[in-house]
Design a binder for this molecule. Structure first.
Ligand SMILES: [Zn+2]
Length: 71
């Protein structure tokens, strides 16, 4: 039982350390997409600040859809 709990804790700590894949969004009202890369054509035309956020934030908070150029 003790070993089992240790295994669960190890799994959780491993999961927490897994890096989250971030995406890039243009901080403008007209922008509707999130990008996989800062060098994407779609984000290079951004005149506003480029924000690095998690994929979940991009879709849930900023209501962005995947860019057609880099995805
Ligand atoms: Zn893009």
């Amino acid at each position: 039982m003790k070993l089992f709990i240790t295994c669960i804790l190890l799994l959780f700590s491993f999961h927490a350390r897994t890096p989250v894949a971030n995406v890039y969004i243009c901080d403008s009202k007209g922008s509707k997409a999130y990008h996989s890369s800062k060098t994407c054509r779609g984000i290079k035309i951004c005149k506003h600040q480029v924000l690095e956020v998690t994929l979940k934030e991009a879709t849930d908070v900023y209501k962005r859809i995947a860019c057609k150029i880099c995805y």
